[in-house]
Design a binder for this molecule. Sequence first.
Ligand code: ATP
Ligand code: MG
Length: 562
Amino acid sequence: MTNATAAIAEGGRDFIRDIVQSDLDSKKHATVVTRFPPEPNGYLHIGHAKSICLNFGIAEEFGGRCHLRFDDTNPAKEEQEYIDAIERDVRWLGFDWGKHLYHASDYFDRLYEWAELLIKAGKAYVDDQTPEEMRINRGTLTEPGKNSPFRDRSLDENLDLFRRMKAGEFGNGARVLRAKIDMTSGNINLRDPTLYRIVKAPHPRTGTKWSIYPSYDFAHGQSDAIEGITHSICTLEFEDHRPLYDWFLDNLPVPSKPHQYEMARLNLTYTVLSKRVLTTLVRDGHVKGWDDPRMPTLAGLRRRGVPPGALRDFIKRIGVAKANSIVDAGMLDFSIREALNKTALRRMAVLRPLKIVIENYPEGQSEELEAVNHPDDPAAGSRKIKFGRELYIEQDDFMENPPKKFFRLSPGAEVRFRYAYFITCREAVKNDKGEVVELRCTYDPATRGGNAPDGRKVKATIHWVSAADSKPAEVRIYNPLFSKPDPTGGEGFTKDLSPNSLEVLADARVERVLAEPSNTAEPVQFERQGYFVRDPDSTPDRPVFNRTVGLRDTFAKEVGKG
Ligand code: ATP
Ligand code: MG
């Protein structure tokens, strides 16, 4: 985290913003144009949020613009569902591309013409080698590659074959178009990279028009050039692609010369940010869907109750660096807590109920007490909550034989019930198995509102709900999806999945207002528990709440439990 800390120390500036500033100062560019280029083959995750905040953020801060461009070059893996989800998630995060929505597929005609130009210039050829032969002849990091036997085809034969590839005459994978650069280059990306593949799959936008599709490398930089992108920001894995990015720009009649800059990708502890892994989690049912609140997707985080402002704050805090690092997932929780502490209304809910009977409170009677909605915001007002003879408290707020430092309820102990009275525990009632199932208590009527006129103090205040006036609810507690701080992102990642990522508390009780949907569109704080939001699985009789985050940084502890 030293790099990120440095970025913050510089007042939110980073090396990319410094470059943009200096390019504008030197009039190299009149205005800055960035882009966010997702491939619509999955939902966006929090790593993408870093790229979105950076690209759209720079455009906003420097008075330029940011394009949303779908890198839709592989119809075999891309779907309309993903396109829609990506647009929804970028908007939700708080960014707007205005009229600047583009697709690599918008440029398929021009890219095709440019491919023909390369062939005519003797800089591209059709290769009939099998994928396996191509792989072997590509060489390794330590060994140079070998020229393809098809490398010296005549221009006419190349043009004819490429046009027939386009016309759909050959099967998937039968041939590819490659750039003719240098099979002995120290940079493997320059060893005659593939420009076009045969993929016979309908495309969400171009239908069945094309049987061949450009590679990422052939589409990306040229799309940037067509759109007049000034600063093309990607992650460090693409650093070695930059010479190829520049080779295309130097060898094609492109309308502008963008520059590629690389930054560190976001990695988070206990999290895997790989679309391939996330797709498998969804496909194989390890989670309930792309928007499962355990997923690091923007849809999952939204469903968990994370406000978009908290994500933007988190991204700002981690900064932009040139070296890869792993960010502590506790930092994300910190930003979420910071945001929700300011806005979330306070409510009372009991997650694991234990029944209380107030023996000296008259049967059939009840009264209304005043509870504040937000301790730091008087404008949030207050609400009435019902108190009566039967209540529920949290099971772990009682101990029959408490250790020295336990100040909550135990036989003979007196505590404050929040917004209500001082209450003393007289007796614990047990079932046949010896488990405590009910507490018999008394209250002091003189302590209404939670203060004793004689000045006596209690050491604890606990939350509670009325048995008669509260509503049953299901509460879902989410723990990290992976049990290791650095889970495997590749083969066999399922062995690092935590068996305890979801805890369902089926018998929770919540105060009445929480059962009214109109009151819980926004996350709330369950006092002493954390921040929660109503889940779409709720029914009219039974609300379901997701825990967005706990109140304290229990990250290490929660993980330890798994
Ligand atoms: P894949 O290439 O495996 O499909 P990807 O995560 O690179 O996955 P893209 O849709 O190509 O997916 O990503 C869109 C943009 O988001 C790219 O510019 C990419 O650099 C950026 N991006 C992706 N993952 C991260 C990450 N973890 N941190 C920062 N930026 C990221
Ligand atoms: Mg990618």
